[in-house]
Design a protein around this ligand. Structure first.
Ligand SMILES: Cc1cc2nc3c(=O)[nH]c(=O)nc-3n(C[C@H](O)[C@H](O)[C@H](O)COP(=O)(O)O)c2cc1C
Length: 477
């Protein structure tokens, strides 16, 4: 494995990939236009695409991008099936995509590839700045088509955390060479040596042999051990590292060693969770610091510590261009200005088992009563884990699905306690929540600890733009 030279094109400020849909193409484009690295989130993009089409595709952006997909027939088929010119009737449920099964179908690969293409294509319009895409390593079933679609659209950078994305650099090399790539699916209950392989062949899209530009790869790490492993033993070269601490929004790495909780049930982090930046520098790989670094002082401190810059999430999550639904955005900003927001690192909420930062906000699933009242339904299934079925096939289960179903699939009842359906809740954050009976799925917001300091940046404003965030970070004004 060789490390390439430091990636000269990557800017000091990276706007973090925030799923689902918070790091929208509009946000990434706004950031990239102003000299930062704008990043779109790949999580649930296929569902976001078909829900956007069912809501009438305001502005026609999705269809404009779909028309540029290398397989026009596919784009037309998706449009015919999901586009509703007048949008849905009030309270009418969204038509769902089939959930991933087995080793995936050609149709689901196509839709994921298309949706990833669309998001990156739109983020790249009208400027020449670099654009990145963020994927959650844990959502393995989406990885190959998510990467391939993004590369077809010319993505400049791939960022991946929430897991160990060791195989990804080699996959990017293969796709860049126009070749088939495979990714080993982690299947619970498999014996050593037993393998389930996910596959994507560019030939499926009529692209056999078509070479593509190889994006930079920036894994997201929270420890020196992982940083060293990825820099030295990944399947190909990495171009940098994002070093993320437990103050960041979204999922956090669990504390190292035995898990201990404070009296609110939050994981307790200790000195072992600090990344030793001296040791990190010795790897000779450029790195960006993430998690509570989103301030002019944070940028200066990061640079002084030898970082190439910072990755910022929370500040961008509430700017005008983000995909967060407007009324939620305004409510959080109103409460942030008053300093009345609470934040909890929930060790149980995420089906992934990773700690997840939850904004304590009325009328969202952060309210334990509302969470308990939600009837468990699993109809999106992105965070399901694969398990080996008694007959030898690969099945999928999620600790936030109905408990009986999970247990029937061999899951342990205790693993279901306190789990939230992040798929449905995070889609609701974007205003695309699924209607249920007389109501709809409720949102659940995540943010980093910087949310509690947002008033320092906000001042008297009730809203702000991505450009204002970038100006503030770089000039302090
Ligand atoms: C709303 C929200 C959603 C996030 N979702 C993801 C995600 O899907 N994948 C990921 O790697 N990081 C995610 N993050 C982390 C950000 O990309 C970024 O690294 C982090 O927010 C930086 O720390 P900060 O929030 O203190 O600025 C999310 C953060 C927020 C605030």
């Amino acid at each position: 494995m060789t490390l390439t030279e430091p990636h000269n094109r990557l800017p000091q400020i990276i706007q973090g990939g925030m799923g689902v849909g918070i790091s929208s193409w509009q946000l990434a484009r706004a950031v990239s236009m102003r000299g930062g690295l704008g990043v779109v989130s790949a999580t649930c993009l296929d569902t976001m695409l078909v829900r956007g089409l069912q809501d009438g595709d305001p502005g026609g952006h999705l269809r404009r991008a779909m028309a540029r997909f290398p397989l026009p027939d596919v784009a037309q088929q998706v449009e015919r099936r999901y586009f509703r010119p007048q949008g849905r009737e009030k309270g009418e449920p969204y038509q769902l995509l089939p959930m991933h099964s087995g080793l995936g179908s050609a149709w689901s690969r196509t839709l994921i590839t298309l949706s990833s293409f669309v998001e990156v294509w739109l983020a790249r319009q009208d400027h020449s700045g670099p654009v990145g895409i963020n994927l959650l390593t844990k959502i393995q079933t989406q990885t190959l088509p998510g990467l391939y679609g993004a590369m077809l659209a010319g993505v400049d950078c791939v960022l991946m955390g929430a897991g160990i994305p060791r195989d990804i650099p080699g996959i990017l090399d293969l796709f860049a060479a126009g070749q088939k790539a495979q990714l080993r699916l982690d299947v619970f209950g498999d014996a050593p040596g037993q393998k389930a392989l996910l596959t994507l062949d560019p030939a499926e899209f009529g692209q056999e042999g078509r070479t593509l530009s190889r994006p930079a790869f920036l894994p997201i790490v929270s420890s020196n051990v992982l940083a060293t492993m990825l820099a030295r033993r990944a399947s190909g070269s990495i171009q940098g590292l994002i070093v993320e601490g437990p103050t960041a929004g979204g999922h956090n790495a669990p504390p190292r060693g035995e898990m201990r909780h404070d009296d609110q049930g939050q994981p307790i982090y200790g000195p072992r969770d600090h990344v030793d930046l001296d040791a990190l520098r010795e790897l000779g790989v450029p790195f960006w610091l993430a998690g509570g670094t989103g301030s002019p002082g944070g940028l200066q401190r990061a640079l002084a510590q030898g970082a190439a810059g910072i990755q910022v999430g929370t500040l961008f999550a509430y700017c005008q261009e983000s995909g967060l639904e407007d009324s939620l955005k305004s409510e959080v900003l109103r409460q942030a200005a008053r300093g009345s927001l609470g934040l909890l690192t929930d060790a149980r909420a995420s089906p992934t088992g990773f700690p997840f930062k939850v904004v304590q906000l009325a009328d969202t699933l952060s309210d334990p009563e509302l969470a308990a009242a939600r009837r468990r339904i699993c109809d999106l299934g992105y965070l399901r884990e694969a398990y080996r079925q008694p007959g030898g096939g690969v099945g999928f289960r999620c600790p936030s699905e109905p408990v009986e179903a999970y247990v029937l699939k061999g899951g342990r009842p205790e693993d279901t306690l306190g789990r939230q359906c992040l798929c449905n809740a995070l889609l609701a954050d974007t205003g695309h929540g699924q209607p249920r009976g007389s109501g709809a799925e409720l949102p659940l917001l995540t943010s980093g600890d910087d949310l509690l300091r947002l008033h320092e940046f906000l001042g008297d404003r009730q809203q702000y733009s991505a450009a204002q965030v970038l100006d503030w970070l770089t000039t302090g004004s």
